[in-house]
Every structure is written in structure tokens, then in C-alpha cells.
Design a protein. Structure first.
Length: 326
């Protein structure tokens, strides 16, 4: 794992993973989505390193993907459209990016000599839990176009393992949070609203429960999966085996920020009733058995670090606490 390709490196988890890899002394090729502003996303905020090469492009282009995978030892494939609300409006975009983009990466990895691929899934593929904790055998339930596109992408990646011997591992993080996360997600949304001085916090459905994992722990899990060949051909949860309701989470954040708030449900933040995933709590037995990985941050510890980052003016200024962006 001397030279590593990270797709989606300009995003929330991807930028943190790049930092972890550089910290381990790896040479990193980081893919940022092409844009006319020349922005590298969150990579603009990390330290410049001679071991970091940022490339701008798009995984929807198969020819580009073939050039991207030249001379790399392993691929961490994180590039995806992940906003669930937007997937209701533009499902075709999710098929193009998440399914066809994954096809392009897997085909390029195969053409380059069967490069190992750590493909990123999501706990959303499980839908509302039929039983808890959710292990890797839990049925898949596509309750949003986003979830459906990720189920398709996971199946496609695994088909390359079975059909062509491509060394694929499917990493399935449950809800990841931490610095740099989009304010679409509940934790940065609540923190940024409180940090901006709001006393009435806009939120979506407060009943669902989630298994939250701090981004540094998730990055450690990615590296642990990559370091263990026994994970090849496996789908592996990255989870804490705990859960908290959104209502209790908001109360916890307010307490940590010493804020006296009320909560107002906002229709724009609500999913269609049959699309809402009401319970996610992941079983992390498999990843512990395969790699020895365990989360190092409690929810409170991770939230404190996240809050400390968000309340810095230079970070908070990047967010629009009064606007809900899809």
C-alpha cells in the first residue's frame, strides 16, 4: 500500500482518510470532482505534502478512470452522491455516479492488473432494522433512491470479485460524523444552528435512532480493512453497536454546548413516510474478528471534538445555518 488512490477525496470522509494515509507515510493520489472554480473541496484545508497529488475529474468517465488507476497499489473508492433528500429529485444522477461510477472504477482496477478496491457502502442499504444489532446478513431494503443506487453499486463491485477475481472489500460505515460534514446531516445541522445563536432549532423527524461513528474511527476502520487480506470478498460493517434517537441526540448536543433551545420540525427536512429509516444499530462483530478494530471515541467524546471544530469562526462561516440545502 505504497501508492494509494482515494476517490471522493474532496469530501467529508475522503479528506480525513487522505490525512490518515499521509500521516502513515503513504503516497496518495486524491481525486476531487472537477469544477470550474478549481476547488479541491475539503482538501483545500489540509497541509500541503510532497506525497499528495490532487487530480480533478469525474468517475462517470470510464476513460478518465483508466488513467487514474495507473501505477497505484490500492483504491479507496468513496466518490458518490450521498444526499438522500436530493435523490428524490434526481435519482438518475445517483445511478450515473454511484452505479456507473463504481463500474468504471472496478473495470479500471481490473484493467490495471486487478488492483485491490475498498468500496464504500452505507448502512442505508439495510433500511429500517428488522432485527438489531444489524449484521452483514441483514436483508437489503432500498427505502430511498440513494439506498437503491448503493445496493446496486455494492452488488456490481462484488460481481467483479466473483466474476473476475478482483480483490474487493465492501466497507459499510454506519452514520459517520465529525468536522467538515455537510449540514444536511443532523449533527452538523444542530451544532451550526446553535453556534450561530439560534434558540429555535429546525430539525426533521426526531423519532429515528442511529448508530453514530466518529470520522477518525471510520478512517481507522478503512485502513484496518485494507491491511487485512482476509477481508477480501467480504462486506463488513463499521459500527459502534450502540444507538441513540435523534431527539436524545439533539438534547445531548445542546447540553454539551450549554444551550437552552427548542426544536421545530421542518417539513423540508422530513423524508416521505415510507422512506424514513427508523432504526439503525450495527453489529461490529465481523470487523473486530477480522481486524481487531474497535471504535476509540464515545459519542460524547466525538461530539466534543466536532463542536470544537464547528464553533471556530473560520469553520462556521462555511455553513448556512438558516438554510436547509439538499
Amino acid at each position: 500500500m505504497k501508492k494509494v488512490l482515494v476517490t471522493g477525496a474532496d469530501g467529508f470522509i475522503g479528506s480525513h482518510l487522505v490525512e490518515h494515509l499521509l500521516g502513515d507515510g503513504r503516497e496518495v493520489v486524491a481525486l476531487a470532482c472537477y469544477n470550474s472554480f478549481g476547488s479541491w473541496g475539503w482538501l483545500d484545508n489540509i497541509s500541503v505534502s510532497p506525497k499528495l497529488k490532487v487530480v480533478m475529474g469525474d468517475i462517470r468517465d470510464s476513460a478518465f478512470c483508466r488513467t487514474l488507476t495507473e501505477e497505484v497499489d490500492i483504491i479507496f473508492h468513496l466518490a458518490a452522491l450521498i444526499a438522500i433528500p436530493y435523490s428524490y429529485y434526481a435519482p438518475d444522477s445517483y445511478v450515473d455516479t454511484n452505479i456507473r461510477g463504481t463500474l468504471n472504477i472496478c473495470q479500471a482496477a481490473r484493467d490495471a492488473g486487478n488492483i485491490r478496491v475498498i468500496h464504500t457502502s452505507t448502512s442505508e442499504v439495510y433500511g429500517t432494522a428488522q432485527y438489531v444489532p444489524i449484521d452483514e446478513k441483514h436483508p437489503r431494503q432500498p427505502q430511498s433512491p440513494y439506498a437503491a443506487s448503493k445496493i446496486g453499486a455494492d452488488a456490481l463491485a462484488m460481481s467483479f470479485y466473483h466474476s473476475f477475481g478482483l480483490p474487493v472489500t465492501i466497507a459499510r460505515p454506519f452514520n459517520t460524523y465529525g468536522p467538515r460534514q455537510s449540514a444536511r446531516a443532523v449533527i452538523p445541522s444542530v451544532i451550526s444552528q446553535i453556534a450561530a445563536g439560534k434558540k429555535e432549532i429546525a430539525a426533521g423527524d426526531l423519532k429515528p435512532a442511529r448508530d453514530f461513528n466518529f470520522v477518525n474511527d471510520v478512517c481507522r476502520a478503512f485502513l484496518a480493512l485494507a491491511a487485512n487480506e482476509g477481508t477480501t470478498g467480504r462486506e463488513v460493517n463499521i459500527a459502534s453497536n450502540t444507538e441513540i434517537s435523534i431527539a436524545d441526540l439533539v438534547t445531548l448536543i445542546a447540553g454539551l454546548m450549554k444551550a437552552d433551545i427548542t426544536v421545530r420540525k421542518e417539513d423540508a427536512r422530513m423524508r416521505p413516510p415510507s422512506s424514513e429509516v427508523y432504526r439503525l444499530r450495527g453489529d461490529n462483530t465481523l470487523i473486530r474478528e477480522l481486524t481487531g478494530w474497535q471504535p476509540q471515541h464515545s459519542l460524547e467524546d466525538g461530539l466534543r471534538k466536532t463542536i470544537d471544530w464547528f464553533i471556530k469562526p473560520e469553520n462556521l462561516s462555511r455553513y448556512k445555518p438558516g438554510i436547509f440545502n439538499l
